[in-house]
Structures are given as C-alpha cells and as structure tokens.
Design a binder for this molecule. Structure first.
Ligand code: IMP
Length: 185
C-alpha cells in the first residue's frame, strides 16, 4: 500500500494519525468526504455504516474514525453525540452540567474503521476524569477538560506527541498500524 486516505474533516485527528503512521512507508492523505453519521449508541456501528457508505464511492484504501466522550455521572452522555454537544454547549456547557458534582469519571473511546480489501475495526479507550475548569490550549474538542489517568494535566495541556502515547485514538491507531505491518488484527 502506497497511499492511505483518512476520511475526516477534523485536523486534530489527522495530525494525531499522521504522527502514528509516519514510520510506515505509506503516504497518509486527508480526505474531506461527507458521509452520514447514523444515530446509534454504539460507535462501532456508526463507524461501520460510514465505512460501508464510503467504500461504495471511494476505491482506494482508507479509514475513518468515530470517537466520543462518555461521562459517568451523565449516564455516558454525550457519547455518540459528542461532536454535536461540542459544537453546541461546548466545554463550558459540560462544566456547567457537572458543577458541584463529585464523581467526574469519564472516558474517551475511539473506533478506527479501515477499508482495504474488506472492513476492519480497531478500538481504544482512555480512562480519566473531567477537570473543574478549562485548562490548556493544545489539541481540540474536549481536550482542555479531560484529564487522563496517566497524567495530572488535561489533554489540552500536553503536546500531541505526549497525547499520542496513551490516548484512545493512539491505542486504536496503534492496533491499525500493527495490522498494516503484520496483517494481524
Ligand atoms: P466524531 O468522531 O467526529 O463524531 O466526533 C467526536 C467528537 O468528540 C469530536 O468532534 C470532539 O468534539 C470529541 N472528541 C473525540 N476525540 C477527542 C479527543 O481526542 N479530544 C477531544 N475531543 C475529542
């Protein structure tokens, strides 16, 4: 494989994937192709629907990624609705919903769906908690309010390089890279 397309309009996601793939002899290309994101509670189902839709229209090897933030105290909200929630109430809105709440446990989940000769999925989870205030300007989305277990800083306070060592997307991308290297899922 010489070229691999990442179908996403999210620059932050692309930057993270680029860093993970750069040691392979593969050119990673960002492709902004709109595909339907169905309403479902399962990220894998959403990703596989998108994969199927795109594979009928696009014939080179590609992957896409679906991710979400699951907050314990909010019964896993926003989960699959993370993008919409980020675009509407944003980080301030989430902090307001959790004002005075002691249980701040949360996790990020990422599902990477790859299409080469067929569909493959790879998953990663990052456990952590929601901070009490917005901290840091790195990254994107909920990064400034999420503190991973591995750190006392938010994802917004650490470099992409550091985030890429243990984030949900890093784990899912690592699994995909392993597959691209060895053909083993
Ligand atoms: P989607 O995967 O494009 O449907 O959107 C998931 C949404 O979750 C993104 O738009 C972000 O708002 C949020 N999100 C997913 N992964 C991350 C991350 O690594 N950091 C911060 N926010 C994230």
């Amino acid at each position: 494989m010489e070229e691999l397309y990442f179908i996403t309009s999210n620059k932050g996601k692309f930057k993270e994937a680029e860093a993970k793939i750069k040691h392979l002899d593969i050119e990673l290309i960002q492709l902004r192709l709109d595909y339907p994101e169905i309403q479902a509670s399962d990220l894998k189902e959403i990703a596989l629907y998108g994969l199927d839709f795109c594979s009928e229209r696009f014939k080179s090897p590609f992957f896409l990624e679906d991710s979400g933030l699951f907050i314990d105290e909010l019964n896993s909200f926003p989960g699959p609705y993370s993008r919409y929630v980020q675009e509407t109430i944003g980080n301030d809105g989430i902090l307001k919903l959790l004002l005075g709440v002691i249980n701040r446990r949360a996790y990020f989940k990422s599902v990477v769906a790859l299409y080469d000769k067929g569909p493959h999925t790879f998953e990663g989870i990052s456990m952590g908690k929601i901070s009490n205030e917005i901290r840091g300007k790195e990254g994107f989305g909920f990064d400034p309010i999420f503190i991973p277990l591995e750190s006392s800083k938010t994802f917004g306070e650490i470099s992409t390089e550091e985030k890429n060592k243990y984030s949900h997307r890093a784990k899912a991308l690592d699994a995909m890279v392993k597959y691209l290297e060895n053909g083993v899922e």
